[in-house]
Design a protein around this ligand. Sequence first.
Ligand code: ZN
Length: 242
Amino acid sequence: MASYKTQGIILKRTNLGEADRILTIYTKNKGKIKVVAKGVRKTLSKLAGHLELFCLTKLEIAEGRNLDIITGADTLKCFIKIRSNLEATNTAYYLAEIVQNLMAENQSHPEIFKLLDEVLEHLDNGQSKLLLAYFEINFLSYAGFRPELYHCLSCDKDAISKENYFSFHEGGLVCGECHKGDIKISDEAIKVLRLFLNRRISAIQKIKTHPKLAKEIENITSSYINNIYQKEFKSKRFLKTR
Ligand SMILES: [Zn+2]
């Protein structure tokens, strides 16, 4: 049987039979995978304790006839503080739900793996507000929905100060003349989203003191992702920061 090694973040665990589990994992090399951990619920299992939710884990996997099978697991990083804080736990569930629902299986996107790891790390350090907006906009960008933030999507004119709208349907800015009832977006929000897309996570700190701007940005990124998913994310209703 062929086997492979990779690193992955555990997104979901479902019990199977008496002692097994099916795991959904976001891996560095293969993107989202669904695998079986046999006997993992038995006390003496060597895998037990190494396949916890949201942990970054080194994996050895054998190709199976139906689902692949985990043959070795070693925890690299467990975000312990996330699990001791309810809001952080709910935020992690929301991140996991986004990745599970919007990514296809076995499609490698190492940038999304890195982004997920980075955001969980910050969440573990106590950050939660705006971190979701940062995740959403970058996730969408890597998933093929990078928003246009420099030109009007209809007439291609440069974004002019104070007269811009964000079209969820078109995926980015439309100018004052071309917009069709889209949501208005402030110059500050455009600047922050550009910084976010350049992976400047430090921008979050600067906006913390501007609750109105933070709200505007969160509203845009969460509406944009909902518009693409076209459904409600179940875990979202448990988030207080939203
Ligand atoms: Zn225009």
